[in-house]
Design a binder for this molecule. Structure first.
Ligand code: 9MR
Length: 371
């Protein structure tokens, strides 16, 4: 067992004495190696933040986040349903707080996301004309990207516009605005946010067919003379099935287009699932086998998870000159969306830190790569 874990296995009296001498926060900061420091020379290390974390409701959580991550993506609060709830109504409260959080703690913010078919404001459902959709689309990008220009590092301008076979997803934007809506979104973002990096973001876009569609999209944007700075591979993968070859091939193929490559929503699912990817519209029905580890992750799965993360970070390090950022989709296992999708109320273990922000074997393997 490594030194930084020993402090947490002290008996109660010894732990009390240790924390009386050192404030608990500094025990954390000094005893658990920092991901962001470990990979400082390689790539940024990010996390997704929820409301409570952005609000700094738990000072220990804030301290932990600041000690581990140098980049952050809002898990929900910048999505259109939340930031633009009514036709003429914007709610910038939480997004402003997030920007202030980043400034205060020296954490760069990745805006997520301007144009996405999901988590749209309810009024969109009532719109039945292309003109009105275009007005929403234009005003939304101008207002939101404009407000945060120079305050966020980047925007996921368009999220998940592709089907698995590489064709365009039949979203409300495709339906009313046609195939060019992605290029148009980048054009508007470029005008509204000249100081902000602009990315296309998707899941499974390391898979050959979807990757080919993604490459076409990027080429199309560039051919129109519009700026696109990077592509995000979300990285919602499955234990024992991380597609390392496809990931490596994708890093190389995207880089050849002259865009930055990053991993934007990394987690590795350990629970049973009968499909791949992260389409939030898909659901599964619960049965007796669907929540197999309500108390703890069995050691064999824990070790496989650790081996998967190790192999993945080995690959990221091999291409550290090409990969700009690795962002985990949540700080710890308790925060993960995978506890509630595609079945509500499961107990998942997809990240590097457990429900008490304690490092898991996967964390140790990842850190050990740099020793
Ligand atoms: O993690 C997010 C979860 O809290 C939301 O309920 C969900 C709703 O659509 O979105 C999740 O985040 C998604 C991200 O914005 C885009 N890629 C897939 C992510 C996981 O669904």
């Amino acid at each position: 067992m490594s030194a930084y874990r020993n402090i947490f296995s002290l008996n109660k009296t010894a732990f009390f004495l240790a924390t009386a001498i050192l404030p608990l926060g500094s025990v954390y900061a000094q005893t658990i190696p920092s991901l962001k420091d470990t990979f400082k020379k390689d790539f940024g290390i990010g996390t997704a933040l929820n409301n409570a974390q952005i609000d700094e409701r738990d000072p220990k959580m804030t301290e932990f986040i600041v000690s581990q991550f140098n980049m952050a993506t809002p898990e929900n609060i910048m999505k259109s349903a939340l930031i633009h709830p009514g036709w003429d109504t914007y709610n910038f409260e939480m997004a402003d707080k997030l920007v202030a959080f980043g400034k205060k703690h020296n954490i760069k913010i990745n805006g997520h996301t301007l144009i996405w078919h999901s988590q749209l404001p309810p009024f969109i459902r009532g719109i039945k004309s292309a003109d009105s959709i275009r007005t929403f689309f234009t005003e939304h990008i101008k207002t939101v990207a404009g407000r945060y220009d120079g305050k966020v590092l980047s925007w996921d301008v368009v999220n998940e516009a592709l089907n698995e076979d590489g064709t365009m997803r039949k979203s409300v934007f495709l339906q009313y605005l046609g195939d060019d809506f992605v290029t148009e979104a980048f054009r508007l973002a470029q005008q509204a946010a000249p100081k902000t990096e602009l990315y296309y973001n998707d899941y499974n876009n390391e898979q050959p067919a979807k990757r080919a569609g993604c490459i076409e999209l990027i080429k199309k944007i560039k051919a129109a003379g519009v700026r696109i700075d990077g592509v995000g591979i979300q990285g919602h993968w499955h234990v024992g099935k991380v597609p390392l070859k496809d990931i490596e091939e994708s890093i190389l193929q995207y880089l050849a287009l002259g865009v930055k490559v990053m991993f934007t929503e990394l987690d590795i699912e350990v629970l049973p699932r009968n499909f791949q990817g992260a389409d939030v519209g898909q659901r599964m029905t619960a049965n007796a086998q669907s929540n197999p580890y309500p108390e703890a992750l069995p050691d064999s799965v824990q070790q496989q998870l650790a081996a998967d993360y190790e192999a993945l970070f080995k690959l990221f390090l091999k291409h550290k000159d090409k990969v700009t950022r690795v962002t985990f989709w949540g700080v710890n296992d308790a925060n993960s969306w995978l506890n509630n999708w595609p079945i509500r109320g499961r107990t998942s273990y997809p990240l590097l830190f457990d429900r008490n922000n304690q490092p898991k074997p996967a964390f140790e393997k990842v850190i050990a790569l740099k020793k």
